[in-house]
Structure formats: C-alpha cells, structure tokens
Design a protein around this ligand. Structure first.
Ligand code: FE2
Ligand code: FE2
Length: 192
C-alpha cells in the first residue's frame, strides 16, 4: 500500500510548510521581525497548488470513492472531508487576499493575515488528522487488493494529466525553494 505511505508523506510536507508559516507569523508578532513576503507567498502558493490541486482531488477520486463502495458507515465522515476539500479552496483564496492586503497596506493589515494563517493551519491539521486516524484505518480494513492497485497507481503518478497539474517534481522543487528561503529553524535560508 504505497499510497498510504505517500499520503502520510504529503501530509508531512504540507504540515511542515504550515508550521513554517505559523512560525513566521509568530516571529513578526512577538519579535517584530520584518515580514518576508517572497517566502510567505511561496508557502501559500505551495499549499494552493500541491494539496488543493493534486492531493485532495486524488483522495476524492480514488481513496474516498472506493471506500464509499466498500464501507457504508464511512459515508458521513467522507461527506465531511470532501466538503472540507471544497471549503479549503475558498480558505486559500482568503489567505492569498489577506497576504496581498498585508503587503500593500502594512502592519495595520497584519492581524487579519495572522488570524487567517492560524485558522487555515488549525482547519487543515484537523482535516489531515481525521484522514490519518479515521480514513486510512478504515481503508486498510475494507479495501480490496484491486482497490489498492488503483489507488497506488494514482498516488505514485503525480504527473497525471487528468488533474491538469504540474509534475510532482515541480512541487518538490517548490518545497526545496521554501526550505532554502526560510531561516532556521524552519529551513536553511539566511538568518534575519
Ligand atoms: Fe484531504
Ligand atoms: Fe490528505
């Protein structure tokens, strides 16, 4: 079940970027660190492109769809998580707008941006936790070997043109860019 490993890895990458963003917001708020808009923008871009356009659609189309067929009790949970995939996209737009207002409007716009970052991070941590603690165990219990073959194929091929997304390699490069831009302890970029 290669897909389970990939899903957990993708969650770790996403959690790392969100954790980094929450950390940067705290540094601005508590230590008066000058905001790095290039880094914040790259982080939001990553969250928008990778999970929103690639990870979530694959969960919906393969993992959730097959689990619905095999396990009727999972339906309310899967309804809720699919709904969160849809609302997550709107939350990312709000986050982008809050960053643009902060960049153009200065510190008076910072509190709204900070609130949007914390809200998105909480929302998404809970979402990933439900998938790992509830969906994956149900999937491991109820899905067939054939189901896993289809799910594994989808998750190992991050260049699937079906989703109109860039290849997985482009996301790895973007993630690397975030690590290179971010100062310790998030990444290996210059100290500020
Ligand atoms: Fe998800
Ligand atoms: Fe997920």
């Amino acid at each position: 079940m290669e897909a389970v490993r990939i899903i957990r890895n993708e969650h770790r990458s996403l959690a790392a970027v969100m954790h980094g963003m929450v950390y940067l917001v705290r540094e601005i708020r508590d230590r008066g660190v000058r905001p790095d808009f290039a880094l914040l923008g790259a982080m939001i871009y990553y969250i928008d492109t990778f999970p929103e356009r690639l990870h979530h659609p694959k969960e919906d189309k393969y993992l959730f769809r097959l689990l619905r067929m095999r396990c009727a009790e999972a339906a309310p949970l899967l309804d809720q998580l699919e709904q969160e995939h849809r609302t997550g996209a709107a939350k990312i737009r709000a986050l982008e707008q809050a960053l643009a207002r902060f960049q153009q409007g200065g510190m008076s716009e910072f509190p709204a941006f900070a609130t949007a970052v914390d809200a998105y991070a909480d929302f998404h941590w809970q979402h990933m936790r439900a998938e790992e603690k509830e969906v994956l165990p149900l999937a491991e219990k109820h899905l067939t070997a054939g189901d896993w073959e289809a799910i594994d194929a989808a998750f190992t091929d991050n260049s699937d043109p079906l989703f109109g997304a860039e290849s997985g390699q482009a996301y790895d490069q973007l993630f690397q860019r975030i690590v290179n831009l971010a100062p310790p302890p998030i990444g290996v970029g210059p100290m500020r």
